[in-house]
Design a protein around this ligand. Structure first.
Ligand SMILES: [Zn+2]
Ligand SMILES: [Zn+2]
Length: 261
């Protein structure tokens, strides 16, 4: 029992001694002079080489170890076997990984505490024709209004985002209300309100129908919202020129008899 205690005590003393030696008399920690930026590459670019940029403050030798992680956190790093030089070649593989290195300052048979680089994000994106994007559902980024197009986006797992326009819906006018009665010689007004956005639109309306007011009269009478299409006028005119009785009926129906001379 006493012997066991002595052995443990001896081990503890040795540990303290060695760690004091390592901290106190060991080489100074190396200095990372510059950090490698993140890398965004396309498949087919031929991979990428990551570099270290460290120095030893006391002229010692630097020793490296590269690490890889599947998450953006130093806790996820895993040493890459055999990756112990001042640079590391990352071969192509689609997706994102993070890399970092540790560097030690070695002097004789003693080495410093390690210094870790930042996590370098390396992404390879498939841009070749082998990869067909698989998109999620469209997400509305900007809602369309009656007059302005909106924007929708959808994403592929590879990180590619597609944008497309959401067409403006156009105003949805109500049936309109007469806001100013037409007089004999003055046009009246009819106001329409958009059911979506509340915008208003005013149309001129004429005095009582049936009066012979000429072409302008006939046109305005029908109102802009239910304007006789140009082809209706052409059709009616053609039929009348041809002398067909049916033409008169069509023309009457469309209230364009005043157009026809
Ligand atoms: Zn994709
Ligand atoms: Zn509207």
């Amino acid at each position: 029992m006493k012997r066991k205690f002595l052995i443990i005590t001896a081990i503890i003393i040795m540990c303290i001694f060695f760690s004091l030696t390592a901290y106190g008399a060991g080489p100074a920690a190396p200095v990372i002079e510059g950090q490698m930026p993140d890398c965004y590459l396309n498949m087919g670019d031929g991979g990428v080489t990551l570099f270290t940029n460290a120095s030893s403050p006391d002229g010692g030798t630097l020793r490296y170890q590269w690490y890889v992680s599947n998450i953006d956190n130093i806790s996820g790093i895993c040493a890459i076997s055999g990756a112990e030089s001042s640079e590391y070649r990352v071969s192509e593989a689609p997706g994102v990984k993070w890399y970092c290195y540790a560097v030690w300052n070695v002097s004789g048979d003693m080495e410093s505490q390690p210094v870790y680089s930042r996590l370098i994000r390396v992404e390879f994106c498939e841009n070749n024709s082998d990869h067909a994007h698989k998109f999620g559902s469209w997400m509305v980024t900007t809602q369309a209004t009656c007059t302005e197009d909106g924007i929708k986006t959808r994403e592929c797992d590879c990180g590619y985002t597609e944008r497309a326009a959401i067409p403006a819906s156009g105003h949805k006018w109500d049936e309109g209300k007469v806001t100013k009665e037409a007089a004999d010689n003055a046009a009246g007004e009819k106001t329409f309100i958009c059911l979506s956005c509340g915008n208003t639109r005013i149309e001129n309306i004429n005095a009582a129908e049936g009066e012979d007011g000429g072409m302008g009269h006939a046109k305005a009478q029908s109102g802009n919202s239910s304007r006789i299409p140009w082809w209706g006028i052409v059709l009616a005119a053609a039929v009348v020129i041809g002398g067909g009785a049916g033409g008169v009926v069509i023309a009457k129906k469309k209230k364009t008899n005043s157009i026809i001379k």
